[in-house]
Design a protein around this ligand. Sequence first.
Ligand SMILES: Nc1ncnc2c1ncn2[C@@H]1O[C@H](COP(=O)(O)OP(=O)(O)OP(=O)(O)O)[C@@H](O)[C@H]1O
Length: 261
Amino acid sequence: MMNYNLDPPAVRAQTLTVARGPRTVLRSLDFTVPPGQITGLLGPSGCGKSTLMRAIVGTQAKVTGTLEVLGLPAGAAPLRSRIGYVTQAPSVYDDLTVRQNLDYFAAILDPGHAAAERRRANVTRAIADVDLTSHADALAGNLSGGQRSRVSLAVALLGTPELLVLDEPTVGLDPVLRRDLWTLFHTIAADRGATLLISSHVMDEAERCHRLLLMREGTLLADDTPDALRTRTGAETVEAAFLHLVDEAAAAGAPEKERTR
Ligand SMILES: Nc1ncnc2c1ncn2[C@@H]1O[C@H](COP(=O)(O)OP(=O)(O)OP(=O)(O)O)[C@@H](O)[C@H]1O
């Protein structure tokens, strides 16, 4: 398929390798993440999704190879305000209200008396973005799991980031909340032109992404659209396509593994 998107990629990795302790957990990855789209990072638990996200946001040590984010080396200081990152554990203070949580993070992001008005507007907008306006004055400790996840997401949206990196944002949520969050992700991509990189190990969420990076054991099995993956493998679902690629890689890689043992 021709690629008419001439914008520079939001993320570009070349021979990206990451070690954690004595183990190599990402092995020579080559991929790009196109701007303004939702890219899903999918693979089983422990395959390296969080490690890859940490490398992209610049919090991971022992990264080698090339990793450019929004045209700059990953971890470069100017990227801090251009990237929103939500980790798996919601970073929310239970003894503060939703608005107070947002006020706190806004003060770190955009400090100073002169910025007070802008901070207030950004906090109100971020709360509205995640549909929590009616709960703005509720204590975070009294919110449901899904609402707490949305507070974390609102924190990430505060600085109107160009790149949102969301580590398993829907884990543990019921199907209705998961659907609502995916609707919100699509709205953020469409309305703001933001790039979203979203990890999940739930394969049905893959169908909601524009593009997919399928991972297994620190390697990339595929970097494609859901449609192209299904067509290429003759599978009906992305899950079946993933399993097909796992079998294919195992068949191709087994002798190599034996040789390097
Ligand atoms: N602090 C650490 N020190 C050493 N190895 C680690 C550390 N954290 C993770 N690992 C290893 O790195 C590999 C990749 O872990 P990572 O958390 O990136 O996987 P993941 O795909 O995000 O998993 P999950 O879906 O369960 O969150 C795993 O084998 C894990 O055991």
